[in-house]
Design a protein around this ligand. Sequence first.
Ligand SMILES: *[C@@H]1O[C@H](CO)[C@@H](O)[C@H](O)[C@H]1NC(C)=O
Ligand SMILES: *[C@@H]1O[C@H](CO)[C@@H](O)[C@H](O)[C@H]1NC(C)=O
Length: 422
Amino acid sequence: MRSVARVVVVVVVVVLLLAVTGSGASPLHVRVSPQATHRQRLQAARALLKESPLIDGHNDLAWNARMFLHNKLHSFNLSSDLTQQKPWMNSPFSHTDLPRLKKGHVAAQFWSVYVPCESQYLNTVQLLLEQIDVVKRMIAGSHKDTVLVRSPAEIMKEFERGRVASLMGMEGGHGLASSMGVVRAVYDLGVRYITLTHKCHTPWAECSETGPHPPNTRGLTPYGQELIREMNRVGLMVDVSHASASTARDVLTISRAPVIFSHSAARALCDIERNVPDDILSSLAENGGIVMVSFYNDFLTCSQAASIQDVVAHINHVRTMAGVDYVGLGAGYDGVNRTPKGLENVSRYPELFAELLRDPTWSLQDLKKLAGLNLLRVFTRVEQVREELVSEKPSEEIIPIHDIDTRWPCRYKFASLDHART
Ligand SMILES: *[C@@H]1O[C@H](CO)[C@@H](O)[C@H](O)[C@H]1NC(C)=O
Ligand SMILES: *[C@@H]1O[C@H](CO)[C@@H](O)[C@H](O)[C@H]1NC(C)=O
């Protein structure tokens, strides 16, 4: 009897100890004091990110695979330390590998499948498919550490398993070749958001760069609006980072699902077209969307230098103007060559949370929202809208011929169709 009692006592003590020391799953009840040391705040930040997922909206590693390796992955290993390997070790554009993602407590990463504007009206769809392919092969090569997921539920499943959830976001609506069929196909391939423009206007949406303007594009054209409706219907998140403010306003007006900015900063703090103006931030809550704050120095301070405090300032500005439910993280690592002091690579996210813990107005729950819960809410709502629209028919709209004809001479022309629409 006595030895049974002793076993019971030992078991109870072990269970209690596990609960207190937190071997992964213990709830954080008490917020660390804002006056705590850096070490204590960093420890609290790590505990927070173990408990609740961190989701980053944008990483350009896959384009570096194109530029550095021509998409040849035979000697590439995302699970290895890329700081020890050429050409990654020498590149100011390289900030990412799985060891650092894990150190950074990144639960889910949207990998950008990007195609350059120079390919618009050329082989852009081929380049897009090759980027989707290279992301899938990169992930398959590291299946013990990461796996491609397609839903909020799968993000949470992988978070609980301890693997990084990989997702794909397509950057540059020109990659759609203005085709509803391509929208549906990229969803089927696993893409979960589309950035409507990169640095060029498409025939149906205006980008944030100034430059030669096609006549029809101030904001979204009617065909652009139809594309948004189709993206809502299939369950693709609409991303308006890189789009002009007029395009973003048009999208916010017509989208039936929340809209994202996958990697943008606040225009009030750095006045460039690429950043989000205050009127859009103020109206974001109505749509239920999210601004995922970019860590690119040039967007943060309008100069080449920036620090972790500048990222905090942008996050706080979005929180003030939009609300704490509408802010997230979209660092943009591997797509930029200047990152803030303190946030040099993907291993550094806990430093950001340690910094935010100095501010008593950030509660633990709000920090979890910033880290990933807000994006999960948006993604979940986008899936619900897809369910709600299940009886809607796929769009069969074709872009008006006069919107592309002179700009896209080298395409197969269906004589009767073009004739009918001229
Ligand atoms: C990739 O790197 C990891 C970590 O060094 C190693 O465990 C794994 O075996 C490597 N994979 C291949 C295919 O070499
Ligand atoms: C990541 O950034 C930190 C801070 O600058 C630096 O100490 C560390 O060496 C970097 N890690 C890698 C692997 O690049």
